[in-house]
Design a protein around this ligand. Structure first.
Ligand SMILES: [Zn+2]
Length: 315
């Protein structure tokens, strides 16, 4: 071996040794806030930093914004990406939810804009949906590929987190309703008048394009989830209305975002400790996985190890 070659090898070894033995732990958060661009620009937040995560399901919609708000470590994510780049059908829902789980989030407040299907839910009201009718055909499960799980979804949102946020909204003088049925459609076009009337006949109170998919995945991830729905319009069921337009939605949304920020801030300032007896969000998987552990392929075990502890390496 020539001296030159030895020297190259030595240099390589030195470079190798200078790398840390263990990868650094990703920054942690306890509360997730999931919503539109700019939501993290909230009074009182500090120690902001951006974190880009890679997940087995691909890239989340954007970097996660971590910070401290009212004494809690929070993680924000813009579901459409900053600049609103992904349509409801194009969002990588699984990567987004997985990212929150990677950060250690165990309670999450989602902010979604919706149309109202009821006269008494007015634009600029805040509604905490507790039921969904899902018309979409998206990937809305982490399971499959050799591991089958059927989670319980009778009560698809966290009752204690929803109740708390609703109480906070009322205390701030906001017109707010606890409990509503959210019809989730694929979009991106809004409903026809016939569809809008049909959704009302089905018992729908709200129409939106994102929350049902998210609720299913957050439940599989055993994260307490509530959806704070900002009503922006009456959809197209009212015969004398001109029908919903993007301009109308964004005008009401701007007003509602400031209300949403006020609710989030106060909800965190007064957040009671999690009561395990008051919801079952964090213990759904043990009874849901039906595939025998020894039948689950190694690649699937690896993807699901964050959710199913016995699939973790070494167990
Ligand atoms: Zn819960």
């Amino acid at each position: 071996m020539s001296p030159r070659k030895i020297s190259k090898k030595a240099a390589k070894t030195t470079k190798k040794q200078s790398k840390p033995v263990h990868k650094p732990e990703p920054p942690r958060a306890e509360i997730g806030i999931f919503g539109g661009t700019g939501l993290y620009e909230i009074e009182g937040i500090h120690d902001l930093k951006e974190v880009r995560l890679k997940t087995p399901w691909g890239d989340p919609s954007d970097e996660f914004i971590l910070g401290i708000l009212e004494g809690h470590r929070v993680a924000f994510l813009s579901r459409h990406g900053r600049g609103h780049r992904f349509s409801p059908s194009e969002i990588n829902y699984r990567a987004n939810v997985y990212g929150f789980k990677m950060l250690g989030v165990d309670r999450l407040i989602s902010v979604n804009s919706v149309g109202s299907l009821r006269e008494d839910i007015r634009p600029r009201d805040i509604v905490f949906a507790d039921q969904f009718i899902d018309k979409t055909k998206r990937d809305s499960t982490f399971f499959g590929e050799g591991c089958v799980a059927h989670i319980s979804l009778g009560d698809p949102v966290c009752p204690q987190l929803s109740r708390h946020c609703h109480k906070v909204a009322v205390s701030l003088g906001i017109r707010s309703r606890l409990g509503a049925t959210y019809v989730c459609m694929e979009g991106p076009a809004f409903s026809t008048r016939a569809e809008s009337k049909m959704h009302r006949i089905w018992g729908g109170d709200l129409i939106g394009m994102t929350a049902a998919t998210e609720a299913k995945l957050f439940r599989e991830a055993e994260i307490c989830y509530t959806t704070m729905n900002l009503a922006t319009d009456y959809d197209t069921w009212r015969p004398d209305d001109e029908g919903v337009t993007v301009g109308m939605i964004f005008e009401n949304l701007r007003e509602n975002i400031s209300k949403a920020k006020a609710v989030i801030r106060k909800a965190l300032a007064n957040l009671p400790p999690h009561d395990d007896a008051a919801c079952h969000c964090r213990r759904v998987l043990s009874a849901a996985v039906v595939t025998a552990a020894h039948c689950v392929p190694p690649a699937t075990r690896k993807k699901l190890a964050l959710f199913v502890p016995e699939y973790r390496i070494g167990k």
